[in-house]
Design a binder for this molecule. Sequence first.
Ligand code: PEP
Ligand code: MN
Length: 288
Amino acid sequence: MGLKLVSRDRQREDSVVWVGDLPIGGSYFNIIAGPCSVESAEQIDEIASFLSSLGVRLLRGGAFKPRTSPYSFQGLEERGLKLLREAADRYGMKVVTEVMDTTMVDLIYEYADVLQVGTRNMYNYTLLKALGKVDKPVLLKRGFMATIEEWLLAAEYIACHGNERIILCERGIRTFERYTRNTLDISAVPIVRSISHLPICVDLSHATGRRDIIAPLSKAVLAAGAHALMVEVHPRPEDALSDGYQSLNFEEFKEVLSSIVRLCEMEGINLVLGGRRWSFEELKELRA
Ligand code: PEP
Ligand code: MN
């Protein structure tokens, strides 16, 4: 299929992509959480404060939003990037945010620790080539109509242009099913792991489009062998300017996190959670 650099044949061991002091891949499991969009200084501060208090170190948030409708909220743009960066720095977190096109690479680079390629841009080969020249990790979402092969070839584009720090992200594909926004392709996780050494993340918010099924699916994500879970979190999802229906509120997020903590303990997976050690008492509290 033409995979070279990202293929398991080239490198037998899992790649670990370091984001500062945070390892993504291999035997580690990470949580990437935050709002769909940065909405205000207060909103992103409240979320970063909450997530970091639980040990979450990777803060996501959109500043330039690729919205289906041109009349929907498009993001706070550069001001959003600044607010995201400031909140992350205040709480010792790393920033994951989307770069929508090649003209924005330098700007996003300035503020982000991980540059995200959205599902609509997986086939944007000029963007992929540009990100090959960047010395920061790239989170590459799967195109919603892309085969696993096309997705891995998109990763190959970034790698062969010089950047091998790539995290793949399954975020659901479009099918005839309408109960969910997309269909989570959980089988992509073990397939990608068998043919590539790159770390793989699963974004359950965009995969499902509904917060009520994220908790059970988060267990499936871990059990399938993913290296990271991405989820949208908002203090008041009903007031969110984008994707509120698929964002967890704080209580729901705690519940998801506590089941991940327990599963990681059972499976001997190294959960990267702010270097904290979680006692059973703390876990019980988290669930309460
Ligand atoms: C996002 O993560 O903010 C996003 C827009 O996701 P996707 O590109 O997967 O739709
Ligand atoms: Mn979203």
